[in-house]
Design a protein around this ligand. Structure first.
Ligand SMILES: *Cc1c(COP(=O)(O)O)cnc(C)c1O
Length: 359
């Protein structure tokens, strides 16, 4: 049965001028809209008490499970203003399905996809004035779920809270984005066989931060993780999947091994590149193949993809004892990025039915 959402409008919403000022330079994840969606789950009663309410702080007991044992998952997708003034989200059901897979891995309850999409429709509709309309901007949606049973006993929580918040997002790196530099982490791994790498869980991010700091200390923007067993196979960045483009126009991305997050953008790029007639491979990629391929010119581009930054081109790879620079010309990443952004903003035909009109 579909969840019924009670609607409690914010009695003191931001002023129109206040919203306009935020939308002029939204940044990423800094300012949140007037409302949020909340729902409760208990082992006895299932999902209940779903409502749209004012955005604001939560009050939680210090012994709440999530603070201690990190039983927590999240999602991220975006709503885009369309040329006709309507608003559409991009593949929200794909995120809803992944949310269920992440929940299963983290012993959390499944929120039905229809309720997940209904919650996002409700919030986007209520906070429609927070959806920016200038080029490359969007409203970023952040659903998350956490263990809210109180007590220190270690077991799957019998009390869970779902929340959905939203934040206007600007061009992550801008249209004339600089290329990002990547540190190849040889000391730290992100995910091991049998671990939680394929789940979008908070703990994966906690575990990646020290490697991210190592990247920054070495003058790089982001970290690239290798597999945990051989430290040889390229997996992904801390929050983006990775691609390699070859001099014959083909592209490749690491195959899903169970320790790589199954990005919706990754899946979208796979489809778009095949539509464009490119040869696309999902396979294991040896980090040495990348280093040598860049030096020989066989590899012409390396790029990363994810919801927040869409497609970002990588200009330099560095590791303990070496580095290699990539060409500044990135026609493949540009073509894929332009096609994807064009579909999201309703400027190119949506032939795969990826846009969901917010009713
Ligand atoms: C969210 C995420 C991605 C990108 O997924 P999208 O669905 O494309 O946004 C890639 N890697 C990790 C580790 C992630 O958490």
């Amino acid at each position: 049965m579909a969840l019924e959402f009670a609607v409690e409008p914010n009695p003191a919403p931001a002023s129109d001028e206040g919203v306009a000022e935020v939308l002029r330079a939204p940044g990423f994840g800094r300012v949140f809209t007037d409302h949020m969606v909340l729902a409760k789950w208990t082992r006895d009663n299932g999902w209940h008490d779903a409502r749209l309410t004012s955005y604001g702080p939560l009050s939680l007991d210090p012994a709440t499970h999530v603070f201690h044992y990190a039983q927590s998952i999240f999602e991220g997708f975006k709503a885009y203003k369309q040329p006709d003034g309507s608003i559409a989200t991009f593949r929200p059901a794909a995120n809803g399905e992944r949310f269920i897979r992440s929940a299963k891995r983290m012993a959390l309850p499944a929120l039905p996809v229809a309720d997940f999409v209904a919650a996002s429709d409700l919030l986007v509709r209520q906070d429609a004035r927070w959806v920016p309309s200038s080029a490359e901007t969007s409203l970023y949606l952040r659903p998350f779920m956490m263990a809210t049973e109180v007590g220190l006993g270690v077991r799957p929580s019998g009390d869970v809270t779902f929340l959905l918040i939203a934040s206007p997002a600007g061009a992550y790196f801008g249209p004339d984005a600089k290329q990002v530099s990547i540190w190849i982490s040889e000391d730290f791994t992100r995910a091991a066989p049998g671990g939680t790498g394929a789940a979008k869980c908070a703990g994966n991010y906690a575990a990646s931060l020290v490697a991210q700091q190592e990247a920054i200390d070495n003058g790089c923007d982001q970290v690239l993780f290798l597999d945990a067993v051989e430290r040889r196979w390229v997996e992904e960045l801390g929050g983006m999947n990775v691609w390699v483009a070859y001099d014959d126009g083909s592209i490749a991305t690491p195959e899903l091994t169970g320790s790589i997050l199954e990005g919706v953008t990754r899946d979208t790029v796979l489809t778009l590149a095949r539509d464009a007639g490119r040869e696309v491979e999902e396979r294991r990629i040896d980090v040495d193949e990348i280093r040598k391929g860049i030096e020989s010119g066989r590899i012409t581009e390396v790029f990363a993809c994810g919801t927040a930054a869409v497609v970002s081109s990588i200009g330099r790879l560095a590791w303990n004892g070496g580095d290699v620079t990539l060409p500044a010309e990135t026609p493949v990443a540009q073509e894929i990025r332009n096609t994807l952004v064009g579909i999201q903003h309703g400027r190119l035909p949506d032939s795969h039915g990826w846009l969901h009109q917010v009713p």
